[in-house]
Design a protein around this ligand. Sequence first.
Ligand SMILES: [Zn+2]
Length: 484
Amino acid sequence: MAINVHQFEEQAEAFREEMLREYYQTLAGLKEQLEIAPIYERYADLFAEDTVRALLGRRQDKQERYLAELATMGHLEQRVKDLTEAITNFILKATVEWDGEEIPYQAVQPRISNEPVMERRHELYARQRAVTAKSNDQRAERFQDMYGAAQDLGFTDYTAMCDQLEDLDLAWLTEQMRAFLDRTEEVYTEQLAHYLATIGVSRDEAEVSDTLYLFRAPHFDELFPAKRMIPALRATLAGLGIDMDSQEGLELDTEPRPLKSPRAFCAPIRVPDEVKLVIKPIGGQNDYKALFHEAGHAQHAVNTAAELPFAFKRLGDNSVTEGYAFLFDNLIRNRHWLQEVLGAPEYEDYVKFSHFYKLWYLRRYGAKLLYEQELHGGVEDPASRYTDILGNALRVGIAPEKYLEDVDDAYYAAQYLRAWIFEVQMRYYLETEYGPAWFTKPAAGRFLVDLWQQGQRDNVVELARQMGYEGLDLEPLTEELLNF
Ligand SMILES: [Zn+2]
């Protein structure tokens, strides 16, 4: 089948815009439910099997490779669109009975995070899991359908398809993460016992709900007041020579709406002219981290060169945009930033705590990477593999009911891991070139803007090489998490 790549790319951009607008409106609380199936129907031609095969057959350069990946993933997503919608809307409507009221499923996690009594946390989490379990048949069916679609397209299996199309090098990453889990185990276990003791939980009884409470850490709220969030972001960008308020493509949505997602997010609806940074400022370290993370995505999008082809503006390696997002959210644990931008009087305890938090994240995602390969490889009893693998890495009780909800499509866990690795390398480059307070140097800002302009044309391995490294290297991140 002959295919007009240029036409495909134009249509793909229009499709992406409609999808992001739909997600934005739902998550920003402007719309009560998500309706993506009609969008997939309108753009059905983009993901027709013939089109996908034709694009897979002509992956001559980067642009064609990125478009082939989009078409393939879109083909899988449209095959399961009804299940996706059903699961999302089930979760949006689901409630959990608690203290005589019905609380929305999505509001349970914040409740657990703020519940000081361990027995009550465990009970609330158990009730939420009972609801999660009700969606598991549909989630399992959804993955099965995607496995089938991958094989229909001629790939060995789903994992091989993601690995190849996203250029993830899963074999390398898996080996690295296994070594990382070994090397950080002792430090992690010691630190975990220490922090659990601060909330009065013993290691034997600890489960995920306790870590939610631990990482909520209300005693650090004073450091991170809600009213300083946006000014701190504005000041950080000003330090880099970027005037956030004069960025035409950027819209800061801070309006309170009842249905608005409590977690900040960025919707790059049209890059670079319509980028929404949505936030419901609550304050506290997690909220700051989320805002700065999403601001990293937003700066990447709003600074992307308008004349780039869509494939380079929005497709390619998502570890790139996640890397920029991590560069920003990592500032929250940067001693220089805490002192100079936030003007925090006392931050040592927070910096240590925050490094432990990051170690926990890395171990969790390393374990997810191992588990997801088993899940997608068709392992028997995946729910018990989930509790074993994550339990081994995190040393707290893991709920089997979450074995599918906790899995993002297309190995996004691998993209995050690559991004965390890349972020440290990029940050060390910035520190070497511009000093430890690089975020106060307009020259560092110009360097970043130059990178951002390229969208996601180059992947993180290529970008690391451009900064003088041989490629991705987990060593600096490991060292940082072992010595804090
Ligand atoms: Zn992100």
